[in-house]
Design a binder for this molecule. Structure first.
Ligand SMILES: NC(=O)c1ccc[n+]([C@@H]2O[C@H](COP(=O)([O-])OP(=O)(O)OC[C@H]3O[C@@H](n4cnc5c(N)ncnc54)[C@H](O)[C@@H]3O)[C@@H](O)[C@H]2O)c1
Ligand SMILES: [Zn+2]
Length: 366
């Protein structure tokens, strides 16, 4: 833990929990001093800043200036905003631009943006010269509490999301709360779907905090972000490469959530909104298969609604498309359904007795 004059700044103990030795800074007004933090960790003098068109106009100058003042030369690479940019072709174009700019093995990559930028910039960092350091500056709540932690990087293909990628842990993560001020409300709220998920699977006390959450206090938000970093880091540390099943707990609400996202052609619902619906479905299944009490399910629905997240599908939404999309889920390996359930808030496990019919029934009720 540390603090400085610029603002309360905490190097999260999450870093040591992930056992990869990287630091996660959470605080305010951190963009200005990006270069000193980065220098301290990397000592390199050249980098590529990869960002999207929305984020570039908001923050790229501040970050570049900070690097310039520390003598770090940066090449700004801006790609169009939106999930459509997270492709192998785009990753290739970024690599070409980096080669043209003369960036070599000694350079590093800064991913400045939401989860889309985090994933593609991390993927480029994993493959460029067989791997160079990746600094993440998440600019969405979702990216701070979820996608910037755990080292999963990648791109989408036409067949599905995140099918191509690599594990590549960041060298440093810088979470500056001030960047969230420009985030549209809907984007901000969807980050809470992952926070509520973390509470349900691992932290009953945090769930109670969320039940009485009042927007506004930056210090409370900072503590909440730190707590979520710790929860995700702890789970990831037990199962770094997603092999032993521990990491699967993070998929709570995601089996149905992913199917809903896909059924809505990735346009109708944001990821967090689809996950919110998926959590409601997972609660129905948990009542049937894991003894979740009805009042706990109701409390979960209440909290989701508190953050403006959907808890039922529009009446005309084509539910059949959700069933069709379910089979694309990676968790339906060899016909067996591994479904994450919660017997009570704060605890989750992988159930092996959930059937496709259970899932269908839960979707019908949504
Ligand atoms: N690697 C992982 O473990 C992991 C985990 C979860 C999600 N993801 C990935 O994360 C992505 C979703 O992340 P996301 O929700 O952050 O999406 P995103 O990166 O597309 O950002 C959402 C939108 O907000 C804009 N934006 C970002 N920061 C802003 C700011 N501060 N002010 C104003 N606008 C801003 C972006 O330009 C974009 O239009 C998906 O690609 C998903 O697959 C990865
Ligand atoms: Zn998610």
């Amino acid at each position: 833990m540390g603090s400085n004059a610029i603002g309360e700044r905490v190097s999260s103990i999450a870093a040591s929990l992930v056992k990869h030795g990287y630091e996660i800074l959470v605080g305010r007004n951190l963009l200005k001093q990006v270069s000193s933090d980065t220098r301290q960790h990397l000592g390199a003098s050249r980098c590529a800043i990869i960002t999207d068109a929305n984020v570039a106009v908001l923050f790229a100058n501040r970050v570049r200036k900070s690097f310039l003042s520390a003598g770090v030369e940066s090449t700004l690479i801006t790609i169009p905003a939106g999930e459509q940019s997270k492709t192998l072709q785009q990753a290739g174009r970024i690599c070409d631009q980096m080669i043209a700019a003369g960036l070599d093995r000694q350079s590093f990559i800064v991913g400045l943006g939401g989860g889309m930028i985090g994933d593609i910039s991390g993927f480029v960092a994993a493959i460029y010269h067989r791997g160079i350091p990746h600094v993440q500056i998440p600019t969405t709540l979702l990216a701070m509490v979820d996608s910037s932690i755990g080292g999963k990087t990648g791109v989408d293909t036409r067949a599905g999301k995140n099918l191509i990628g690599a594990f590549h842990q960041p060298a440093l993560v810088i979470d500056d709360l001030d960047v969230l001020k420009t985030l549209p409300r809907r984007q901000f709220n969807q980050g809470f779907a992952e926070i509520i998920k973390h509470a349900i699977i691992a932290d009953a006390q945090m769930f109670r905090i969320l039940q009485s959450w009042k927007a506004g206090a930056a210090s409370a938000l900072q503590r909440l972000i730190q707590r979520n970093i710790q929860i995700k880091s702890r789970i990831v540390a037990k199962d770094g490469r997603d092999r032993t099943g521990q990491r699967a707990l993070l998929n709570f609400g995601h089996t149905v959530g992913h199917a809903i996202e896909r059924a809505g052609d990735y346009r109708k619902f944001l990821h967090g909104e689809a996950v919110s619906l998926g959590i409601v479905a997972a609660c129905a299944i948990s009542m049937k298969r894991a003894g979740l009490r009805p009042d706990q399910r109701a409390a979960i629905v209440d909290v989701l609604e508190r953050f403006g997240l959907p808890t039922s599908l529009p009446p005309k939404f084509p539910r059949k498309k959700i069933f069709d999309a379910l089979k694309f889920d990676k968790k339906f390996e060899a016909g067996k359904v591994h479904f994450i359930v919660t017997p009570r808030i704060g605890v989750a496990y992988v159930a092996k007795d959930v059937t496709l019919d259970d899932i269908r029934d839960a979707v019908k009720e949504l």
